[in-house]
Ligand binder design. Structure first.
Ligand SMILES: [Zn+2]
Ligand SMILES: [Zn+2]
Length: 401
C-alpha cells in the first residue's frame, strides 16, 4: 500500500471527528443483549482501521529503517498489536502497540537511562527518525524504560515498545514483556473467536472505564484479561458478565493470571487503584441496577430492549409511554387496547361494554381489562397480566408474550 505522508500532516485528520459521539453508559447498557450492536456502536470503524493501519505501517517502517541505519539488528520484524491488533479499540479513543525486538537491547541500561531522565539509545534514534519523517504527526507524550507513548497523526495513541528477547539472556524481567505480546494477543484473539460476546464485553468495560477518572488506573490489557475470566465464569450473556466484573471490582479484587511469559504471573492493581475501582463499580451497580440485575430476559416487543422480568414488566414499560418506539402514555395505551380488541383470542380480556362499542378508551382510570377467572377489572393490561400470574398462576398470552 503506497504511503502518503501529506495525509497525516494536516492539522485536522478528521478521523476521530468522523466517529459517532461518545455514548452514555445507559445507552450502551440498552444494547448489551445484542452484542453486535454494542460492537457497531463502540468499535473502531473500518474507515478508522484503514487509516490507522496506514499510519502504523509508516511508523513501523521508519523505525525499522533508522535503527537499521545505525547498525541495529531487529529480530522477527516489527509487530503491530495492542487493542488495534486485538480489534478491541474504541472508535473514540484509538490505540495501538508497535513492538520492536532489538538484538542489542540492554534492559538494565534502559532502566538506568530512564532513572536519569533520559531516553535510551534505541528510543532516541526512533523518536528522532519519526519526528523528522512525520513532523507534527508524531508527538511525544510520555515514556518508560521500554515504552514511548506517542500521539500519531493527531488521533492515534501509540505505545512504541522497544525491548529485547529474554531467551537470549535467559533472564526474567518486566522490561521484556513486550517480547511476548504477539503471543498474548494471539491467545486473546483465539479466545474471542470461541466466545463471540467477548469483544462486546471488552468494549463495554473499556467504555465504562473511560467515563470516570476513578477507573483510569487499570490498563486495557488488564481489563481484557479480567473480561476473559468473566466470560468463563459468568454465563454467556454480556449483561451477566459485565455485572460479574463490576461485582468483582466492588469487592476490591483485581487479580488475574497473566499469560505473558515474561511478566509476573499474576496481574493485580495497587491498593489505591483497586479502592477507586471498587468505589466506582459499587456506584455503577447501584445506579444501573435495573439494567444489570440478573434474570431479566424479556424484551419489549417494539423497541427490543431486554430488561424485563416478564411480559407484564415489558407491557408496563409500554403503557408508561416511555418506550422510544411508542411515545406518550395515552397513545401507548390506546395502541395496546386496539391491539387487544383486534383478535378473538385477546378480546376476552376486555370488559364487555367496550367490545360492544359503547365506550372508547379515552377516560383515564377506565377499567378496560377484565380477568377471565374472577371478573376483577383493571385500567392497565400490565396490571391484569400481573394479577393473573399472581392470583391464578396463569400467563396471559398477548403482544407476543
Ligand atoms: Zn419499548
Ligand atoms: Zn382474577
Amino acid at each position: 500500500m503506497p504511503y502518503n505522508d501529506d495525509e497525516w500532516h494536516g492539522r485536522e485528520s478528521g478521523c476521530e471527528k468522523r466517529a459517532p459521539p461518545r455514548p452514555s453508559l445507559e445507552e450502551v447498557l440498552r444494547l448489551v443483549d445484542a452484542p453486535e450492536r454494542v460492537e457497531r456502536r463502540l468499535r473502531m470503524t473500518d474507515d478508522q482501521r484503514i487509516r490507522c493501519h496506514k499510519l502504523l505501517e509508516g511508523f513501523a517502517r521508519t523505525a525499522y529503517r533508522v535503527l537499521e541505519d545505525e547498525g541495529c539488528e531487529i529480530a522477527e520484524g516489527i509487530y503491530v498489536g495492542g487493542s488495534f491488533g486485538r480489534r478491541t479499540a474504541l472508535n473514540y479513543k484509538l490505540d495501538a502497540d508497535i513492538v520492536i525486538i532489538a538484538e542489542d537491547f540492554d534492559v538494565h541500561q534502559a532502566q538506568h537511562d530512564y532513572n536519569n531522565g533520559a531516553l535510551n539509545w534505541h528510543q532516541g534514534i526512533v523518536l528522532d527518525g519519526l519526528q523528522q519523517k512525520f513532523r507534527r504527526g508524531c508527538e511525544y507524550v510520555a515514556g518508560s524504560p521500554w515504552c514511548l507513548k506517542l500521539k500519531a497523526g493527531e488521533f492515534l495513541r501509540v505505545d512504541l515498545i522497544i525491548t529485547g528477547n529474554p531467551e537470549w539472556t535467559h533472564e526474567r524481567h518486566r522490561g521484556f514483556s513486550g517480547a511476548d505480546s504477539q503471543n498474548v494477543d494471539r491467545q486473546i484473539l483465539s479466545f474471542a473467536m470461541r466466545h463471540p460476546e467477548y469483544r462486546a464485553l471488552v468494549l463495554v468495560a473499556k467504555h465504562w472505564r473511560n467515563l470516570d477518572s476513578r477507573a483510569t488506573g487499570i490498563t486495557s490489557y488488564h481489563l481484557e484479561l479480567l473480561c476473559m475470566e468473566a466470560v468463563r465464569q459468568c454465563g454467556s450473556n454480556v449483561r451477566d458478565q459485565f455485572r460479574c466484573l463490576l461485582e468483582r471490582f466492588a469487592s476490591g479484587d483485581t487479580a488475574v493470571n497473566n499469560p505473558n511469559r515474561f511478566n509476573p504471573k499474576v496481574l493485580e492493581s495497587g491498593r489505591r487503584v483497586a479502592a477507586d475501582l471498587a468505589d466506582y463499580a459499587a456506584e455503577t451497580l447501584d445506579y444501573y441496577r435495573r439494567h444489570l440485575r440478573p434474570g431479566n430476559r424479556t424484551a419489549c416487543p417494539l423497541c427490543g430492549e431486554r430488561r424485563f422480568l416478564n411480559g407484564s414488566g415489558a407491557v408496563a414499560h409500554l403503557e408508561s409511554g416511555s418506550c422510544v418506539k411508542c411515545r406518550g402514555q395515552e397513545n401507548a395505551q390506546k395502541t395496546i387496547y386496539d391491539f387487544m380488541g383486534g383478535s378473538r383470542q385477546t378480546q376476552q380480556y376486555l370488559t364487555p361494554m367496550i367490545t360492544n362499542g359503547s365506550h372508547g378508551h379515552g377516560s383515564s382510570g377506565y377499567q378496560a381489562y377484565q380477568c377471565t377467572h374472577c371478573d376483577r377489572t383493571f385500567a392497565k393490561l400490565s396490571a391484569l397480566m400481573q394479577h393473573m400470574q399472581d392470583r391464578h398462576q396463569k400467563t396471559l398470552h398477548a403482544l407476543g408474550f
